[in-house]
Design a protein around this ligand. Sequence first.
Ligand code: SF4
Length: 245
Amino acid sequence: MGENTAIEWAHHTFNPWIGCTKVGPPCDNCYAEALMDRRYHKVQWGPHGERKKTSEANWKLPLRWNKAAAPYDRKRVFCASLADVFDNQVPVEWRYGLFDLINATRNLDWLLLTKRPQNIAHMLPDTWGPHGWPNVWLGITCGDQDEYCRDFPKLAKIPAVVRFISNEPMLGLLTPCRLAEGMPLPDWIIAGGESGPNARCTDDVPAWARYQRDICRAVGIAFFFKQMVGKAPIPPDLMVREFPR
Ligand code: SF4
């Protein structure tokens, strides 16, 4: 939390608060719950659990990163790895505070990745505007094709400089297709197998990833393959780590 991140697609991770509730199959082996609830007993997870705002010192870190970042060398901030920005159980004033911070740090690109796509539109600030904020990328997690078909239309309706899909953990083949005439495609796909002791293993991950990589190339979506199941070595042809323009 608040340190330089180990997540390959971001330079920093920022957690404005900690705590969440599982909302679907991609959450089954939630790393944050295993760490913050079951291992360190810091935050109780679940619908009757709690949300803990992080310290003032932690909230000052993005201001420091912003100051150090040059406009031509923008840094990506993943928000949040131990919570969900669009969680209904978070006090609204915390989210207002987060958007104030994002607005004050325009040298940083903020990657808001959620498993609650239905909440994004009504939880964004009033000043979001017809193009979205220039320093906010909006992403949703989709474990498989059914989740993509159900949830991407909700994201596609919201203006954003970058819309992305996190297909991690990969729980089925996901083809990033156009779901209706006039509906945009995602700008970016991050894909990866599950890691951790209870990782759902499937031998299909490399084949799914290759298929997805090829579709992305064909239709102009940036593709980023993060990891194999259980962090097995990535085959050279899947070491593809693109970012949207
Ligand atoms: S949304 Fe993320 S943090 Fe929340 S339970 Fe699911 S995996 Fe864990």
